[in-house]
Design a protein around this ligand. Structure first.
Ligand code: FEO
Length: 172
């Protein structure tokens, strides 16, 4: 049985994952209307992943005798300016999510809930991967600068990253 404190913290994370899914969905839609097909595909996939992260938490909370609460979500912004700053926002957002997961892990230790501690290790590992991927993409962006041909190739590259992770990630 989850403690009330941990149940509340897990429900907060459910909200964060759901909002993350909305943020990336909004990025996907923005990229799509700008003709950035590869980037849009990447963001659609990322949005789906966040929904899976959210669902996994919902199932876990209910399985442990809690009540997963589906709450109202903050509306994401709809205009991201340019693709460079959009990916910077994605990176910053993942850093925020990692901090939140770390705080959640801290609560499991305070509450001596080792089952939940164990369950959350999947999220800890996932955040390392997501941050690394976002950093790799930002490095590529720095390399291409404002070169239009570079942007075309970058968009193709991101499309490939999406295809690769769809092929290897069982959680997509
Ligand atoms: Fe579920 Fe990208 O954090």
């Amino acid at each position: 049985m989850l403690s009330k404190k941990l149940e509340k913290a897990l429900n907060n994370q459910i909200c964060i994952e759901a909002e993350s899914s909305q943020v990336y969905l909004s990025m996907a839609s923005w990229a799509e209307i700008k003709g950035l097909e590869g980037i849009a595909g990447f963001m659609y996939m990322h949005s789906d992943e966040e929904r899976q992260h959210m669902l996994k938490l919902v199932k876990y909370v209910n399985e442990r005798g809690g009540h997963a609460l589906i709450s109202e979500l903050k509306a994401p912004k709809t205009d991201f300016g340019n693709f460079q700053s959009m990916f910077q926002e994605l990176y910053d957002h993942e850093i925020f999510v990692s901090k939140s997961i770390n705080e959640l892990v801290h609560v499991t230790l305070e509450e001596k809930d080792y089952a939940t501690h164990n369950f959350l290790q999947w999220y800890v590992a996932e955040q390392i991967e997501e941050e690394a991927l976002a950093r790799t993409i930002l490095d590529k962006i720095n390399l291409i600068g404002n070169d239009k041909g570079g942007l075309y190739l970058f968009d193709r590259d991101v499309m490939q990253i999406t295809a690769d992770s769809a092929a290897t990630d069982p959680n997509v």
